[in-house]
Ligand binder design. Structure first.
Ligand code: PLP
Length: 384
């Protein structure tokens, strides 16, 4: 019988790790494509890496389910594999999807370019405006999809209203919980049916693998596993091992990142060279009350506008010594990107400006470095 643990910090270290193989304190890498079988199992139960059921997968599935208080979990070869295989399990030709309008770019492209070709319809919704959702609902609507915290403006939708709307209209509610991480928000406890992650980010936390996960009920995860078995987007055992190792320090890292991000947000908010700062734990944020209600912390992602023009932004980006100028997020190191030329480069300048994604907007994934070092560095890069 698997041991049960109460708090997330303990679950991250111990859940799923029993029995210990040969007493090994850390689960070894089972680098074997297939395992002995004498027949009798169904196709989806034969132990084979692509079928996501080797010992390295099993440990991760149990740990991920435990940390979000769910029945079941499934790891995938990337966050996009988790998102696409889940949507392809839940939706078929003739179905309709309601999905948040400010999405991670990969999800946005999949929804706008790929699913219409499969005969699946969709409408974008504003996650902060529940009153506008009803007019988009159709008899064939099956799924409502949101992100916990949006990129790059760090907005928090009305997540309680999403759950209530889904229950009222018999929809499956899905949430991409990547930005918050389970340390700050647990979707299943809050009534969502499915929680998804790009484990590439906080869950692994060391910027060295690409991985994903979907977490939910036994029934739904079983169906998504069968789809994933066919699509073949499995996580290899070595990446499973690294993800398991990364997860052990998730609570430590995220609590530090919550504190560092709040410290930096306050510093930037009071700096003369900075325009608007987007971070929901700032009392001036329009999402402050909602974030306090929903989250245990606001995470390590923030964004801000530099007062000035592109030359000022360029000077700042060249002068920082600690942050690395790179896309992605959620690792131990602080990263900076300019969404207008990276994650949102595909959007027209008019659409970007309508949404408030100015050319001078900088997104920061705050790491676990010393907050004093980070503040000193940003201060010198902003001209002291
Ligand atoms: N969801 C969010 C919020 C992301 O930021 C990303 C990647 O940046 C993804 C999903 C996709 O994850 P992956 O790159 O692991 O496929």
């Amino acid at each position: 019988m698997a041991k049960q643990f109460e708090r997330i910090d303990t679950k991250l270290v111990h859940s799923g790790e029993h029995p210990r193989y040969e007493g090994a304190v850390t689960t070894p890498i089972f680098q074997s494509a297939m395992f002995e079988t004498y027949g009798g199992e169904g196709y989806h139960d034969i132990k084979y890496i692509r079928l996501n059921n080797t010992p390295n997968h099993a440990v991760l599935h149990a740990k991920l389910a435990a940390i979000e208080n769910a029945e079941s979990a499934l790891v995938t070869s990337s966050g996009m594999a988790a998102i696409t295989s889940t949507l392809l399990t839940l939706l078929a030709a003739g179905d309709h999807l309601l999905i948040q309008s400010t999405l991670y770019g990969g999800t946005d492209s999949f929804v706008t370019d790929d699913i219409p070709r499969l005969g699946i319809e969709f409408d974008f919704i504003d996650p902060a405006d529940p009153g506008s959702w009803h007019s988009k609902l159709r008899p064939n609507t099956k799924v409502i999809y949101v992100e916990t915290i949006s990129n790059p403006l760090i907005e928090v939708g009305d997540l309680r209203a999403v759950v209530a709307f889904a229950k009222e209209h018999g929809l499956v509610s899905m949430i991409d919980n990547t930005f918050a991480s389970p340390v700050n928000f647990r979707p299943i406890d809050n009534g969502f049916d499915l929680s998804l992650h790009s484990c590439t980010k906080y869950l692994n936390g060391h910027s060295d693998i690409v991985a994903g996960a979907v977490i939910g009920s036994n029934d739904m995860i079983e169906k998504i596993k069968h789809k994933l078995d066919h699509l073949g987007a499995t996580l290899d055992p070595h990446a499973c091992f690294l993800l398991q190792r990364g997860l052990k320090t998730l609570a430590l890292r995220v609590k530090c990142q919550n504190g560092n991000a709040l410290g930096l947000a306050k510093f930037l908010d009071s700096h003369a060279a900075i325009g608007k700062v987007n971070y929901p734990a700032l009392e001036s944020s329009p999402y402050y009350e909602r974030a306090r209600d929903l989250f245990d912390g606001c995470g390590g992602m923030l964004s801000f506008d530099i007062a000035g023009d592109l030359k000022t932004v360029d000077r700042f980006m060249r002068k920082v010594r600690i942050p690395i100028i790179a896309p992605s997020l959620g690792g131990t190191e602080t990263l900076l990107t300019r969404p207008a030329v990276t994650s949102h480069a595909g959007m027209s300048p008019e659409d970007r400006s309508k949404k408030g994604i100015h050319d001078t907007l900088i997104r920061m994934s705050v790491g676990i470095e010393s907050i004093d070092d980070l503040i000193e560095d940003l201060d010198q890069a902003l001209g002291g």
